[in-house]
Structure formats: C-alpha cells, structure tokens
Design a protein around this ligand. Structure first.
Ligand SMILES: [Zn+2]
Length: 150
C-alpha cells in the first residue's frame, strides 16, 4: 500500500476493528489496522489519502453520525404550498365549506320552523341540496384568475 495514510477510525475493541474493517473491505477500500499511537490504547484504521472521504462516510454510517441525514432530519420539509394549476399564482383562497354548510343548515332549520308544516319538507331538500353543494364546491380558488379546484 503506497501513498499517505490517513487515520479514519479509532477502535477500542477488536470487535469494533473487525466491524469497520469488514465494511471497508465490502467497499473495496484498502486499509491497514495499526496500534493506536496516541491517546487511549486500541487500534487505528488507516486508509490511503485518496480513499479517505469514502472511508469517512462508511465509518460515519457505522457510528450513526451521518451528517447529511442529521441535517435533513433537523430541517422540516416545507409545507405544501397551494399553487394555481391554471396561472401558477400562490394567492389562493380556501372556500369556507364548513361555515357555508352550517349557515345553510341553520337557515334551513329556521325555515322549517317558520314555514307551514306542509312546507317543512322543503327544508329537507334544502339540506340535501346543501350537502350535495358541499361535495361539488371547490375547496381552493385562485384569487388571480378565479380557477377553482379540489
Ligand atoms: Zn390562477
């Protein structure tokens, strides 16, 4: 093995050495195990300078300190933004379906009380019609071009 050697992991147990060594072998990265020269007793795994970035990633994966994943976990995914399919505007209004439904419901029931008993069945149709309107009504509406969608 030629070239400058870079220490990529320090291991305190032989099992640890075996684990890292096996992972490096799987990735076909040449490496050497040597007695730790500095600090606590143990072993060092060293690879050639050119392999050190790749080897670092493998070692980080083994020890669960994958920095890219850690960063990704901290930053929450952006909230889905409603965009008009027709003009691309982001000025979107949400149709207050529930409020419209409740208002219509109250009015229909009020009508049933006020109206003649023969007419009270009309309020049933009003409520039924209202429910259907709720299903048909668009949930989103573009303030730019008036395009509506679910
Ligand atoms: Zn639009």
């Amino acid at each position: 093995m030629s070239g400058k050697l870079v220490t990529i992991a320090k291991c305190s147990t032989e099992a640890e050495v075996d684990g890292v060594s096996a992972a490096l072998r799987l990735a076909a990265i040449e490496h050497v195990v040597r007695r730790a020269t500095i600090g606590a007793p143990g072993w060092e795994l060293a690879v050639r300078d050119v392999d050190s970035d790749r080897a670092d990633e493998i070692v980080n994966d083994i020890y669960g300190i994958n920095t890219r994943e850690a960063e990704a976990a901290v930053v929450p995914p952006p909230a889905p933004l409603q965009v008009c399919e027709s003009c691309g505007a982001t000025d979107i209004a949400r149709t207050p379906k529930l409020q419209i439904f409740l208002l219509g419901l109250v009015m229909s029931i009020g009508f049933a009380f006020v109206a003649d008993s023969k007419l009270s069945r009309v309020s049933f149709f009003l409520i039924a019609g209202l429910a259907i309107a709720m299903l048909v009504l668009d949930k989103w509406r573009c303030r730019e071009c008036g395009n509506g969608w679910k």
